[in-house]
Design a protein. Structure first.
Length: 59
């Protein structure tokens, strides 16, 4: 029993370490081309007695 435990415990400890902290392979990030934000025209509107003028909004 002592002889079995002398190799079984280290093997189980090593298997536990490999199971919990295994190798995680992540693919490389693709190269993205920067795209200019789209411009959206927000029309003017009345807010009570005040006119809010239109403007360009960029996303």
């Amino acid at each position: 029993m002592k002889r079995v435990m002398s190799w079984l415990l280290p093997v189980l400890a090593l298997a536990g370490c490999l199971a919990t902290g295994g190798c995680v392979v992540v693919p490389a990030r693709p190269a993205y081309v920067a795209v200019a934000p789209a411009a959206v025209w927000v029309p003017g509107y009345w807010s009570g007695r005040i006119w809010i003028s239109g403007h360009w909004r960029y996303h």
